[in-house]
Design a protein around this ligand. Sequence first.
Ligand SMILES: Cc1cc2nc3c(=O)[nH]c(=O)nc-3n(C[C@H](O)[C@H](O)[C@H](O)COP(=O)(O)OP(=O)(O)OC[C@H]3O[C@@H](n4cnc5c(N)ncnc54)[C@H](O)[C@@H]3O)c2cc1C
Length: 320
Amino acid sequence: MSTSAVVIGAGVSGLTTAVCLAESGMDVRVDTDRPPGATTSAAAGAMWDPYLAEPSDMVERWSGETLSELIALSAHEGTGIRLLEGTQESRVPCDMPRWGPQVGARMCLPDDLRHGFVAGWRYRAPLVDMPRYLSYLVRRLEQAGGSIRRHHYDTLDEALGEAPVVVNCSGAEARFLVDDLSVDAVRGQLVVVENPGIRTFFCDDTPGAEDLTYIYPHADVVVLGGTAERGAWELRPDEAEAREIVRRCAAVEPLIAEARVIGQRVGLRPVRSRVRLVDERHGGTLLLHNYGHGGAGLTLSWGCAREVAERIRVTVGTSA
Ligand SMILES: Cc1cc2nc3c(=O)[nH]c(=O)nc-3n(C[C@H](O)[C@H](O)[C@H](O)COP(=O)(O)OP(=O)(O)OC[C@H]3O[C@@H](n4cnc5c(N)ncnc54)[C@H](O)[C@@H]3O)c2cc1C
């Protein structure tokens, strides 16, 4: 008989973990108090970008594994993943990030930079339409025999009785579920506009910049970023913030000024000093935590999920 596992959470961390476990032969159920389309993951922009995450050695490995997987998936219809070219640019001189060579980044010539920017690098990386991608992960989970149940856990103890293996992928809400005060929400708001013909991405990567400014063009829409407000849990969009996002993006890319606004998204980045990926024994249950990915949850998703699957394989095997 295959080992059964319960994964708490249907964001990108929970669904990717569940897919890895189900495809390794485990009997997996995802328990989540919100559907995938209502998670922080669904709100994300979202590009592969190993943004300020720790521990740095593991982040390098996890993000590298995820990059390979997302590139491979971009070749398949219906995943919502595309490889897109664009630039990250800075208003002050700065070096290319360490991960630049992984995506073939090269420094921009001065003429390639937008007005007000003095350094930048151009590269091609996966851009993910998150609502579509989460739907793809759900289909893939179901094809591997997994299921999803709407359920809220008040305490983690409640979950420990559900299966011999429990994986906690509760994102920012881990603060309440496992009383981990070191994880906090960093609220992010985005604006979605009709695509006025933008074909390349842009991200302001000025070190220490107070505002986030990025432009992520999907086929018919462009996702404009954004905000980052620590300790804010409000999920309703703020109209003044939305206008300010559009203003900043239009200052960089004038085509945005006339684009019709068609939606807004809000999510809570699960920010922690380090990603929490550990395993613990609780009586007869193996509990693993996989949360705290901050602004890089998509970027780390496959690497972290595979590490969870490997820890389970080593500890209990897949036929316990
Ligand atoms: C505006 C914005 C832009 C972003 N852009 C990017 C980007 O470009 N690239 C990138 O890599 N990352 C980006 N991120 C970060 C990324 O979205 C997060 O790191 C990622 O979504 C976290 O995923 P998760 O699955 O861990 O958590 P979530 O998506 O928050 O999912 C948590 C799940 O746990 C469930 N849950 C929580 N508590 C309980 C409970 N008690 N009982 C039952 N279920 C529970 C929830 O219902 C949910 O299903 C962005 C985030 C935001 C907000």
